[in-house]
Design a protein around this ligand. Structure first.
Ligand code: G6P
Length: 439
């Protein structure tokens, strides 16, 4: 049986993940769940509710929550890391500061993503170090954002660590594609994919009998993008995401040879994104008014009632990939995942030192990469520009370099000029003075 620490215990995603872990105990049996956060107060609300839930549904599991690293990271097998340094208050600034200058505001793309990256690097490295200090055999499954920058930082600063960097967005989109093909799950497909995180393309999709699914998916993408898959699955989706899935059709039209990750809309249609953004009410506001209120309200209710009976929490089905990944390591399942890993030739005509998102086979010793061959000029050009943004951000963090961070913003395809880059940067520095290294 396994012991798991959730780093970012106070996250609004934590209850859904805890419930999801319980649902999969038959294949991933758990003996201990520990929550860790550096914000005791915020974590306590979530943890107390989860404690009640666990007592009622899986009393055999040892549960604890703490802000003390030694308690959190001793005697564990996996760290599930989803930290948000600066929380939603800072996300709001990441989104609103660029919008003030007519540049898109997004938590992982453009200046907002760079700002968030500068906050996250230290936090993720710290947790990795705690894990290695107190449980040297443990693995960290990291889906903290902005994943591209965080992954590059772990490559540069902790190249030998037992960390797997993974993102849920391709998984989500693959579920939608499986749905388009009438398959019950993405696990009935084998894909070829290359790119950076939140910046990639599917170039091969087969079913498990070897039939090419691309023609069918392309037909669908041409007509609908990912939009109509939404109504099929009947899930609740906020307006900002509906936008994203609708725009996927136009993103696809730019290169109909490949199926794009929806995040490419930020780079290919930044003008559209800005036009359809409200500079006074961004995704951070949507989340604070929606998910934050819901999760914390529900947690408080559970604690007040002293029972989780009738609570509205649901297992985060979307997050079962975390169990799949943990099982792949723990049980050596050799399952295939898209991971963010050092390229080293897997994308043949691209920077060997880039952190690329590609299919890998995961087993007890970690991952093995699946070579994706050479990529077309269009994707290569876009990726070269974007990977430079990510590398310069990490270098700026390591060296405390204003110049490099200015270059990173200037290179971002979402920013029109070095002048605008500097205006945004100077505002971001002011806003992030409690979080960034001194530049
Ligand atoms: C997707 C992305 C994540 C991102 C999340 C944002 O799952 O893959 O990288 O963090 O969306 O969700 P939110 O609801 O906070 O905007």
């Amino acid at each position: 049986k396994y012991a798991v620490t959730v780093a970012g215990g106070g996250s609004t995603f934590t209850p859904g993940i805890a419930l999801m872990l319980l649902e999969h105990m038959d294949r991933f049996p758990i003996r201990k769940i520990m929550f860790y956060d550096n914000d005791a107060e915020r974590q306590e609300v979530v943890a107390k509710a989860c404690e009640i839930y666990l007592k009622e549904h899986a009393p055999e599991i040892e549960f604890g929550y703490t802000t003390d690293p030694e308690t959190a990271f001793t005697d564990i097998d996996f760290v599930l890391a989803h930290i948000r340094v600066g929380k939603y208050a800072m996300r709001e600034l990441d989104e609103k500061i660029p919008l003030k200058y007519g540049v898109l505001g997004q938590e992982t793309c453009g200046p907002g993503g760079i700002a968030y990256g500068m906050r996250s690097i230290g936090g993720v490295i710290e947790i990795l170090d705690y894990m290695e200090q107190y449980s040297p055999n443990a693995w960290m499954l990291n889906y903290s954002n902005p994943a591209a920058i965080v992954a590059e930082a772990t490559r540069r600063l902790r190249p030998d660590s037992k960390i797997l960097n993974i993102c849920d967005m391709p998984i989500d989109l693959e579920e939608k594609m499986a749905d388009m093909c009438g398959l019950s799950s993405r696990k009935e497909m084998q894909v070829g994919y290359y790119g950076l995180n939140h910046f990639g393309w599917w170039h091969k999709i087969y079913d498990n009998n070897g039939n090419d699914l691309m023609p069918q998916i392309k037909e669908h993408m041409k007509a609908n993008g990912f939009a109509d898959a939404l109504s099929d699955t009947n899930q609740h989706v906020d307006e900002s995401w509906v936008h994203t899935f609708q725009k996927a059709r136009d993103v696809y039209a730019v290169d109909p040879e490949t199926i794009p990750n929806t995040y490419l809309k930020y780079y290919l249609f930044p003008d559209y994104v800005v036009e359809t953004s409200d500079p006074d009410y961004t995704r951070a506001n949507e989340v604070m008014d929606g998910r934050e209120k819901f999760v914390f309200g529900e947690c408080r209710r559970i604690v007040e009632n002293g029972t989780s009976k009738g609570c509205a929490f649901e297992a985060d089905a979307h997050a079962t990939y975390i169990v799949d990944l943990a099982c792949a390591i723990a049980e050596n399942t050799q399952e295939r995942f898209l991971l963010i890993v050092p390229n080293e030739g897997a994308v043949e005509n691209f920077d060997r030192t880039a952190m690329v998102e590609i299919p890998c086979i995961v087993g007890c010793n970690g991952y093995e990469k699946i070579c994706q061959g050479a990529i077309p000029q269009f994707q290569k050009g876009l990726m070269e520009q974007q990977v430079s943004v990510e590398k310069l951000t990490v270098e700026a963090w390591i060296e405390g370099s204003y110049q490099k961070l200015w270059q990173a913003l200037t290179l971002s395809k979402t920013v029109p000029s070095a002048r605008v880059a500097k205006l945004i940067l100077d505002d971001l520095i002011e806003a992030n003075k409690d979080f960034w290294p001194e530049l």
